[in-house]
Design a binder for this molecule. Structure first.
Ligand code: SF4
Ligand code: SF4
Length: 176
């Protein structure tokens, strides 16, 4: 009946309000009271190190290419042994939307999301963090992973020197 439905529709919100008035408030008095984020909470990024303590980042630019708001920039450099690293590495957190695409794209697990969410600042320039601000001492997640041991120059061999490989073809030989 429409009348009963209308009465129910009028009284139900009052009942819900009354019921919740008797419950304990759930308001968190931030910043005096801080909540522990969930372990997989994604906030400010960090740059991690491999188990040898070396910087994992090889300045491949994949994270900056994946970033939808273009807030990562860097300059690649090379050590004497041929190992690449970022001469400088910068993230503008005033633009970052914490989507995590940079961490997904990183082949070396260098850039990782951390649960550190307290980075608000009135001056946007203070939200531009350099490599020194981002680099941590440990390896973060998968701290035992050493990209350089798997795919770096330490395990490479001349092309065609593997057991099941043939010597590389000289494409110029195929030219008429
Ligand atoms: S979390 Fe997203 S927006 Fe922020 S730096 Fe990474 S890719 Fe860019
Ligand atoms: S953080 Fe990862 S993806 Fe970005 S440049 Fe360094 S190695 Fe490449």
């Amino acid at each position: 009946m429409p009348l009963l439905r209308d009465i129910k529709g009028t009284l139900q919100p009052f009942w819900i309000t009354f019921r919740n008035m008797l419950k304990k408030p759930v308001t968190v008095q931030y910043p005096e009271e801080k909540r522990q984020p969930f372990p997989r909470y994604r906030a400010r990024m960090v740059l991690t190190r491999d188990p040898n303590g070396e910087e994992r980042c090889v300045a491949c630019h994949l994270c900056s290419a994946a970033c939808p708001v273009d807030c990562i920039s860097m300059q690649a450099a090379e050590k004497e042994d041929g190992r690449r690293y970022a001469a400088w590495f910068r993230i503008n957190f005033a633009r970052c939307i914490f989507c995590g695409l940079c961490a997904e794209a990183c082949p070396t697990l260098a850039i990782q999301m951390s649960p550190h969410y307290e980075i608000c600042n009135r001056d946007p320039l203070n939200l531009v963090l350099e490599k020194e601000d981002l680099l941590i001492e440990g390896g973060g997640q998968d701290s035992g992973y050493n990209f350089y041991q798997h795919a770096g120059i330490g395990v490479t061999q001349p092309r065609g020197a593997g057991k099941q490989e043939k010597p590389p073809v000289d494409v110029r030989d195929n030219m008429p």
